[in-house]
Design a protein around this ligand. Structure first.
Ligand code: ADP
Ligand code: MG
Length: 284
Protein backbone atom coordinates (compact mmCIF):
# COMPACT_ATOMS: atom_id res chain seq x y z
CA UNK A 1 0.00 0.00 0.00
CA UNK A 2 1.45 3.38 -0.96
CA UNK A 3 1.30 6.24 1.44
CA UNK A 4 -1.18 7.93 -0.90
CA UNK A 5 -3.61 5.07 -0.65
CA UNK A 6 -6.53 6.74 1.07
CA UNK A 7 -9.62 4.89 -0.04
CA UNK A 8 -8.47 1.34 0.24
CA UNK A 9 -8.68 -0.34 3.59
CA UNK A 10 -6.19 -3.16 3.84
CA UNK A 11 -8.64 -6.03 3.36
CA UNK A 12 -8.34 -8.88 0.90
CA UNK A 13 -5.73 -9.11 -1.78
CA UNK A 14 -8.36 -9.62 -4.46
CA UNK A 15 -10.05 -6.24 -3.89
CA UNK A 16 -6.76 -4.34 -3.53
CA UNK A 17 -5.92 -2.19 -6.54
CA UNK A 18 -2.45 -2.52 -7.94
CA UNK A 19 0.18 0.12 -7.29
CA UNK A 20 -0.23 1.33 -10.87
CA UNK A 21 -3.99 1.69 -10.42
CA UNK A 22 -3.37 3.57 -7.16
CA UNK A 23 -0.99 5.96 -8.85
CA UNK A 24 -3.43 6.58 -11.67
CA UNK A 25 -6.26 7.18 -9.19
CA UNK A 26 -4.07 9.62 -7.31
CA UNK A 27 -3.20 11.48 -10.53
CA UNK A 28 -6.88 11.62 -11.42
CA UNK A 29 -7.69 13.11 -8.03
CA UNK A 30 -5.02 15.77 -8.53
CA UNK A 31 -6.45 16.56 -11.95
CA UNK A 32 -9.96 16.90 -10.48
CA UNK A 33 -8.65 19.32 -7.87
CA UNK A 34 -6.79 21.33 -10.50
CA UNK A 35 -9.84 21.42 -12.80
CA UNK A 36 -11.95 22.72 -9.93
CA UNK A 37 -9.23 25.30 -9.20
CA UNK A 38 -8.76 23.85 -5.72
CA UNK A 39 -5.07 24.64 -5.92
CA UNK A 40 -4.32 24.61 -2.21
CA UNK A 41 -5.99 21.20 -1.86
CA UNK A 42 -4.01 19.91 -4.85
CA UNK A 43 -0.78 21.21 -3.39
CA UNK A 44 -1.39 19.71 0.05
CA UNK A 45 -2.86 16.44 -1.19
CA UNK A 46 0.28 14.30 -0.76
CA UNK A 47 0.97 15.59 2.76
CA UNK A 48 -2.65 15.18 3.86
CA UNK A 49 -2.81 11.63 2.48
CA UNK A 50 0.47 10.74 4.17
CA UNK A 51 -0.82 12.12 7.45
CA UNK A 52 -4.12 10.29 7.03
CA UNK A 53 -2.29 6.99 6.69
CA UNK A 54 0.15 7.73 9.50
CA UNK A 55 -2.59 8.80 11.94
CA UNK A 56 -5.17 6.30 10.69
CA UNK A 57 -7.67 9.07 9.90
CA UNK A 58 -11.11 8.23 8.58
CA UNK A 59 -12.04 9.25 5.05
CA UNK A 60 -14.34 11.94 6.41
CA UNK A 61 -11.62 13.40 8.61
CA UNK A 62 -9.14 13.32 5.72
CA UNK A 63 -11.50 15.04 3.33
CA UNK A 64 -12.32 17.63 5.97
CA UNK A 65 -8.60 18.32 6.50
CA UNK A 66 -7.99 18.72 2.79
CA UNK A 67 -10.96 21.04 2.19
CA UNK A 68 -10.22 23.08 5.32
CA UNK A 69 -6.85 23.94 3.79
CA UNK A 70 -8.57 25.06 0.60
CA UNK A 71 -11.08 27.15 2.57
CA UNK A 72 -8.30 28.79 4.60
CA UNK A 73 -6.45 29.62 1.40
CA UNK A 74 -9.58 31.07 -0.24
CA UNK A 75 -10.33 33.17 2.83
CA UNK A 76 -6.77 34.51 2.96
CA UNK A 77 -6.96 35.45 -0.73
CA UNK A 78 -10.32 37.19 -0.26
CA UNK A 79 -9.02 39.09 2.75
CA UNK A 80 -5.96 40.23 0.78
CA UNK A 81 -8.25 41.31 -2.08
CA UNK A 82 -10.56 43.27 0.23
CA UNK A 83 -7.55 44.88 1.88
CA UNK A 84 -6.09 45.93 -1.50
CA UNK A 85 -9.44 47.33 -2.60
CA UNK A 86 -9.91 49.23 0.67
CA UNK A 87 -6.84 51.41 -0.10
CA UNK A 88 -6.07 52.10 3.55
CA UNK A 89 -3.39 54.81 3.69
CA UNK A 90 -1.63 53.70 6.90
CA UNK A 91 -1.09 50.51 8.92
CA UNK A 92 -3.09 51.95 11.87
CA UNK A 93 -5.00 49.40 13.96
CA UNK A 94 -7.39 49.50 16.91
CA UNK A 95 -4.80 47.55 18.88
CA UNK A 96 -2.18 50.30 18.52
CA UNK A 97 -4.61 53.12 19.27
CA UNK A 98 -3.64 54.55 22.64
CA UNK A 99 -6.89 55.16 24.52
CA UNK A 100 -5.21 57.03 27.35
CA UNK A 101 -3.95 59.58 24.84
CA UNK A 102 -7.40 60.13 23.36
CA UNK A 103 -9.23 62.52 25.63
CA UNK A 104 -12.99 62.20 25.81
CA UNK A 105 -13.42 58.85 24.07
CA UNK A 106 -15.56 56.17 25.65
CA UNK A 107 -13.59 52.89 25.62
CA UNK A 108 -16.80 50.83 25.62
CA UNK A 109 -18.10 52.67 22.58
CA UNK A 110 -14.82 52.03 20.75
CA UNK A 111 -15.02 48.36 21.70
CA UNK A 112 -18.56 48.25 20.33
CA UNK A 113 -17.48 49.91 17.07
CA UNK A 114 -14.63 47.41 16.75
CA UNK A 115 -17.21 44.59 16.59
CA UNK A 116 -18.52 46.12 13.32
CA UNK A 117 -22.13 45.65 14.47
CA UNK A 118 -22.90 49.26 13.47
CA UNK A 119 -22.47 48.19 9.84
CA UNK A 120 -25.50 45.89 10.11
CA UNK A 121 -27.75 48.86 10.90
CA UNK A 122 -26.10 51.17 8.34
CA UNK A 123 -25.03 53.45 11.19
CA UNK A 124 -22.60 56.25 10.34
CA UNK A 125 -19.63 57.30 12.45
CA UNK A 126 -18.54 60.93 12.62
CA UNK A 127 -15.10 61.68 14.01
CA UNK A 128 -14.79 65.35 14.85
CA UNK A 129 -11.74 67.10 16.24
CA UNK A 130 -8.72 69.31 15.56
CA UNK A 131 -5.71 68.04 13.57
CA UNK A 132 -3.48 65.36 15.05
CA UNK A 133 -5.88 63.84 17.60
CA UNK A 134 -6.21 60.44 15.89
CA UNK A 135 -9.29 60.80 13.64
CA UNK A 136 -7.63 59.25 10.60
CA UNK A 137 -5.99 56.62 12.78
CA UNK A 138 -9.38 55.54 14.16
CA UNK A 139 -11.05 55.67 10.74
CA UNK A 140 -8.34 53.46 9.23
CA UNK A 141 -8.41 51.11 12.22
CA UNK A 142 -12.21 50.70 12.04
CA UNK A 143 -11.99 50.21 8.28
CA UNK A 144 -9.39 47.49 8.84
CA UNK A 145 -11.72 45.75 11.33
CA UNK A 146 -14.48 45.88 8.72
CA UNK A 147 -12.19 44.38 6.06
CA UNK A 148 -11.17 41.61 8.46
CA UNK A 149 -14.80 40.91 9.30
CA UNK A 150 -15.50 40.39 5.60
CA UNK A 151 -17.12 43.71 4.67
CA UNK A 152 -16.31 45.48 1.44
CA UNK A 153 -14.68 48.71 2.51
CA UNK A 154 -13.23 51.71 0.71
CA UNK A 155 -11.16 54.58 2.05
CA UNK A 156 -11.01 57.98 0.36
CA UNK A 157 -10.62 61.62 1.29
CA UNK A 158 -13.30 64.27 0.74
CA UNK A 159 -10.99 66.07 -1.70
CA UNK A 160 -10.25 62.91 -3.66
CA UNK A 161 -13.91 61.92 -3.79
CA UNK A 162 -14.81 65.39 -5.07
CA UNK A 163 -12.04 65.32 -7.69
CA UNK A 164 -13.08 61.87 -8.94
CA UNK A 165 -16.72 62.87 -9.20
CA UNK A 166 -15.71 66.00 -11.08
CA UNK A 167 -13.62 64.01 -13.57
CA UNK A 168 -16.41 61.45 -13.90
CA UNK A 169 -18.90 64.19 -14.79
CA UNK A 170 -16.58 65.53 -17.50
CA UNK A 171 -15.78 62.10 -18.91
CA UNK A 172 -19.37 60.84 -18.92
CA UNK A 173 -18.82 58.27 -16.15
CA UNK A 174 -21.03 59.89 -13.51
CA UNK A 175 -23.43 56.97 -13.06
CA UNK A 176 -20.61 54.44 -12.93
CA UNK A 177 -18.76 56.52 -10.30
CA UNK A 178 -21.91 56.94 -8.21
CA UNK A 179 -22.44 53.17 -8.31
CA UNK A 180 -18.80 52.70 -7.30
CA UNK A 181 -19.23 54.86 -4.19
CA UNK A 182 -22.56 53.19 -3.38
CA UNK A 183 -21.01 49.70 -3.48
CA UNK A 184 -18.88 49.22 -0.35
CA UNK A 185 -20.61 48.35 2.92
CA UNK A 186 -18.33 50.89 4.58
CA UNK A 187 -17.09 54.07 2.91
CA UNK A 188 -14.55 56.18 4.79
CA UNK A 189 -14.45 59.86 3.81
CA UNK A 190 -11.45 61.42 5.48
CA UNK A 191 -10.64 65.08 6.04
CA UNK A 192 -13.81 66.98 5.25
CA UNK A 193 -13.12 70.65 5.83
CA UNK A 194 -9.33 70.62 5.49
CA UNK A 195 -9.37 71.96 1.96
CA UNK A 196 -12.00 74.29 0.54
CA UNK A 197 -14.18 72.17 -1.75
CA UNK A 198 -15.15 73.46 -5.20
CA UNK A 199 -18.82 74.31 -5.64
CA UNK A 200 -19.84 71.14 -7.50
CA UNK A 201 -18.12 68.99 -4.85
CA UNK A 202 -20.90 69.65 -2.35
CA UNK A 203 -23.52 68.17 -4.64
CA UNK A 204 -21.31 65.17 -5.49
CA UNK A 205 -20.74 64.51 -1.80
CA UNK A 206 -24.44 64.98 -1.14
CA UNK A 207 -25.37 62.45 -3.81
CA UNK A 208 -22.87 59.88 -2.49
CA UNK A 209 -24.22 60.31 1.04
CA UNK A 210 -27.86 60.28 -0.10
CA UNK A 211 -27.62 57.08 -2.07
CA UNK A 212 -25.95 55.30 0.84
CA UNK A 213 -28.44 56.70 3.35
CA UNK A 214 -30.04 53.97 5.52
CA UNK A 215 -28.43 51.23 3.40
CA UNK A 216 -24.69 51.35 4.09
CA UNK A 217 -22.35 53.09 6.53
CA UNK A 218 -20.01 56.05 6.23
CA UNK A 219 -17.17 56.96 8.56
CA UNK A 220 -16.47 60.65 8.09
CA UNK A 221 -13.66 62.60 9.72
CA UNK A 222 -13.64 66.36 9.95
CA UNK A 223 -11.83 69.12 11.77
CA UNK A 224 -14.90 71.37 11.52
CA UNK A 225 -17.84 71.27 13.92
CA UNK A 226 -21.13 70.53 12.19
CA UNK A 227 -22.19 74.16 12.71
CA UNK A 228 -19.63 75.29 10.15
CA UNK A 229 -20.42 72.73 7.47
CA UNK A 230 -22.41 75.30 5.51
CA UNK A 231 -19.21 77.27 5.17
CA UNK A 232 -17.14 74.17 4.33
CA UNK A 233 -19.53 73.15 1.57
CA UNK A 234 -20.34 76.65 0.40
CA UNK A 235 -24.06 75.90 0.60
CA UNK A 236 -26.05 75.82 3.84
CA UNK A 237 -29.07 74.01 2.34
CA UNK A 238 -26.98 71.15 0.98
CA UNK A 239 -24.99 71.04 4.23
CA UNK A 240 -28.21 70.77 6.28
CA UNK A 241 -29.63 68.02 4.06
CA UNK A 242 -26.35 66.14 4.15
CA UNK A 243 -26.11 66.37 7.94
CA UNK A 244 -29.71 65.20 8.22
CA UNK A 245 -28.87 61.98 6.43
CA UNK A 246 -25.48 61.48 8.06
CA UNK A 247 -26.68 62.07 11.60
CA UNK A 248 -30.03 60.28 11.37
CA UNK A 249 -28.48 57.02 12.51
CA UNK A 250 -25.01 57.83 13.71
CA UNK A 251 -22.36 57.73 16.38
CA UNK A 252 -20.52 61.01 16.87
CA UNK A 253 -17.08 60.88 18.45
CA UNK A 254 -15.60 64.16 19.55
CA UNK A 255 -11.87 63.90 19.84
CA UNK A 256 -10.39 66.83 21.57
CA UNK A 257 -7.30 67.37 23.56
CA UNK A 258 -3.68 67.49 22.61
CA UNK A 259 -2.49 66.68 19.16
CA UNK A 260 -0.85 63.26 19.35
CA UNK A 261 1.75 64.40 16.82
CA UNK A 262 2.69 67.36 19.05
CA UNK A 263 2.78 65.38 22.28
CA UNK A 264 6.50 64.75 21.99
CA UNK A 265 7.10 68.43 21.36
CA UNK A 266 4.92 69.43 24.29
CA UNK A 267 6.70 67.03 26.63
CA UNK A 268 10.07 68.32 25.43
CA UNK A 269 9.08 71.95 25.86
CA UNK A 270 7.57 71.25 29.31
CA UNK A 271 10.89 69.75 30.39
CA UNK A 272 12.73 72.74 28.98
CA UNK A 273 10.41 75.12 30.78
CA UNK A 274 10.80 73.27 34.08
CA UNK A 275 14.56 73.23 33.71
CA UNK A 276 14.58 76.93 32.87
CA UNK A 277 12.47 77.87 35.91
CA UNK A 278 14.36 75.49 38.18
CA UNK A 279 11.27 73.39 39.00
CA UNK A 280 11.89 69.68 38.83
CA UNK A 281 9.63 66.70 39.24
CA UNK A 282 10.56 64.55 42.21
CA UNK A 283 12.45 61.43 41.18
CA UNK A 284 10.34 58.31 41.24
P1 ADP B 1 -5.94 63.42 12.66
O1 ADP B 1 -6.50 62.61 11.56
O2 ADP B 1 -6.90 63.68 13.79
O3 ADP B 1 -5.31 64.69 12.17
P2 ADP B 1 -4.06 61.25 12.87
O4 ADP B 1 -4.98 60.11 13.04
O5 ADP B 1 -3.46 61.44 11.52
O6 ADP B 1 -4.75 62.61 13.34
O7 ADP B 1 -2.93 61.14 13.97
C1 ADP B 1 -1.64 61.72 13.81
C2 ADP B 1 -0.58 60.68 14.17
O8 ADP B 1 -0.67 60.39 15.56
C3 ADP B 1 -0.76 59.37 13.46
O9 ADP B 1 0.51 58.82 13.21
C4 ADP B 1 -1.52 58.52 14.46
O10 ADP B 1 -1.24 57.13 14.29
C5 ADP B 1 -1.01 59.02 15.78
N1 ADP B 1 -2.04 59.00 16.82
C6 ADP B 1 -2.97 59.95 17.08
N2 ADP B 1 -3.73 59.61 18.15
C7 ADP B 1 -3.26 58.42 18.55
C8 ADP B 1 -3.62 57.54 19.64
N3 ADP B 1 -4.60 57.83 20.49
N4 ADP B 1 -2.92 56.39 19.77
C9 ADP B 1 -1.91 56.08 18.92
N5 ADP B 1 -1.52 56.87 17.89
C10 ADP B 1 -2.18 58.02 17.72
MG1 MG C 1 -6.51 63.05 9.54
Amino acid sequence: MTTHDLATPDTTLTTRPTAAAQASLYQQLRTHLATLCLHAAAEHLPAVLDQAVADGLSMTATLEKLLALEVADTEARRLAGRLRFASLPTPATMENFDLDAAAGLDPLLLQELATCRYLESATNVLLIGPPGVGKTHLAVALARKAVEAGYRTYFTTAADLAARCHRAAIEGRWNYTMRFFAGPTLLVIDELGYLPLPAEAASALFQVISQRYSKTSIILTTNRGVASWGEVLGDTTVAAAMLDRLLHRSVVLNLDGDSYRLRGHHAASDTLRRTATGTRRPLQ
